[in-house]
Design a protein. Structure first.
Length: 152
């Protein structure tokens, strides 16, 4: 099993950040232009609070540069604390285990957003390479968040 954590201090209130990051539009904004996650039309405006817990909400294909399918995610939320964060434990094509935790905490003048990824590749030999790729993508996501909300 592999894991890493990445955190950003953002110059925006926690509720404003949550309103963006708890939607598929927000997720895709973070990923752009490197990737995009597909979703049913009705999920576009849906907040995480509307997703059923403990069961797949839908299958999302991860499209590299918005066109090339490289992964799927049977999006499964197991914990959601509105305005504070979530824990996702989703089956993925390439991962035996995928846990994505995202939490927000208040800071003077803004908030801190922290992502923690824990994963176990189906092909163990790919683990070190996948860790590099996932760190790169989450670093990109955090750069996009800091650009959108400003940094503290």
């Amino acid at each position: 099993m592999l894991s890493f954590t990445i955190s950003s201090a953002l110059a925006a209130p926690r509720d404003a950040v949550w309103a963006r990051v708890a939607t598929m539009a927000g997720v895709n904004d973070e990923l752009a232009p490197l990737a995009r996650m597909t979703h049913p039309r009705e999920a576009a405006a849906q907040s995480l609070e509307q997703v059923p817990l403990g069961q797949p909400a839908f299958r999302s294909w991860v499209l590299l540069f918005g066109v090339l399918p490289v992964e799927y995610d049977d999006l499964t939320m197991v914990q959601i604390e509105p305005g504070r964060g979530f824990r996702e434990e989703s089956p993925l094509l390439t991962q035996r285990l995928w846990i994505h935790e995202r939490w927000l905490e208040d800071l003077p003048g803004g908030c801190r957003l922290t992502d923690r990824l824990t994963f176990e590749p189906r092909l163990a030999l790919l683990g070190p390479l996948q860790q590099i790729v996932f760190r790169f993508f989450f670093g990109h996501r955090h750069r996009r968040l800091r650009r959108r909300f400003g940094r503290l």
